[in-house]
Design a protein around this ligand. Structure first.
Ligand SMILES: Nc1ncnc2c1ncn2[C@@H]1O[C@H](COP(=O)(O)OP(=O)(O)OP(=O)(O)O)[C@@H](O)[C@H]1O
Length: 260
């Protein structure tokens, strides 16, 4: 690798009692790439992305962003550094509108003399921003920005979550199983969104069990096994069954594959 990783982790450990979810785990995300993270159930994929996005704090190890050491004590801190994560369980407020959901926790407020949290919400500005972002990402099938999220289809909801991450994730967008609950058409749209985000120069970490999706969009595939990175492969060099064999331990990668 000639370039420096944008986001890098070395020697991460995360223990939950007797379970070691991350076991001396390394990780590299290169600028502008779609990196898929795959692994068996319980391999530690979610623990890894939670550590990278501030949702859990590793017990040991080091994370660097653009060469600078970072320690996130919450997802809010990671967001402040431009790392946005869409978790498996979409963190949305169903009763709130699309625009409100896009801004959750960082609402725009009108200027005024009062303290920040007492100032009036700037609804027109938030709606304008949400509309612009959704249209940038080709999500204008959503007609009404004030529509409650609970009235959207699964695909539209996922689209809003991805749009939110893409809008605010200035450095890294992390998507945990973004197509898991979706139909064929809706999955397609989310895969297109992922490519759109990359086209804007923002790298994406995609956690997925869906091998065809992974092989379709990923530039590289990080294979996670027993709490750490087993190897990194390029989809054009291996078949899906090779990847599954690595994941499950049925096949052991060569040294060269580990360093890819
Ligand atoms: N909060 C927690 N408390 C206790 N154990 C946990 C916790 N979170 C994760 N684990 C354990 O850590 C291990 C790794 O879990 P993790 O969710 O990271 O795996 P995963 O690869 O994302 O799995 P899946 O594909 O099934 O979502 C598992 O054995 C899991 O039971």
């Amino acid at each position: 690798m000639s370039q420096e990783p944008l986001l890098k982790a070395r020697g991460l450990y995360k223990r939950y009692g007797k379970v070691t979810a991350l076991n001396n785990c390394d990780f590299d995300l290169m600028p502008g790439e779609i990196l898929a993270v795959i692994g068996d159930n319980g391999a530690g994929k979610s623990s890894l992305i939670k550590a990278l996005s501030g949702a859990v704090q590793p017990d040991e190890g080091e994370i660097t962003l653009e060469g600078r050491r970072v320690q996130f004590s919450s997802p809010l801190e990671a967001r402040g550094e431009g790392i946005e994560c869409v978790y498996q369980t979409l963190a949305m407020s169903p009763a709130l509108s699309i625009a409100d959901n896009m801004f959750m926790g960082r609402e725009l407020r009108k200027p005024g003399i009062m303290g920040k949290w007492f100032r009036q919400l700037d609804r027109p500005a938030m709606e304008k921003f949400a509309r612009e972002k959704l249209s940038e990402l080709g999500l204008m099938t959503i007609q009404n920005i004030n529509q409650a999220v609970e009235t959207l289809s699964g695909g539209q909801r996922q689209g809003v979550a991805v749009a939110r991450a893409a809008a605010f994730g200035s450095k890294v967008v992390i998507l945990d199983e973004p197509t898991a609950a979706l139909g064929v058409k809706e999955s397609r749209r989310v895969l297109e969104l992922i490519r759109d985000v990359r086209a804007r120069g923002i790298p994406i970490i995609l956690i997925s069990h869906n091998m065809p999706h992974v092989f379709e969009v990923a530039d590289r595939i990080h294979i996670h096994r027993l709490g750490s990175r087993l190897c990194v492969i390029r989809p054009q060099d291996y078949s899906m069954s090779d990847a599954v064999a690595f994941m499950t331990g049925a096949k052991v990668p060569e040294a060269a594959e580990v360093a890819a």
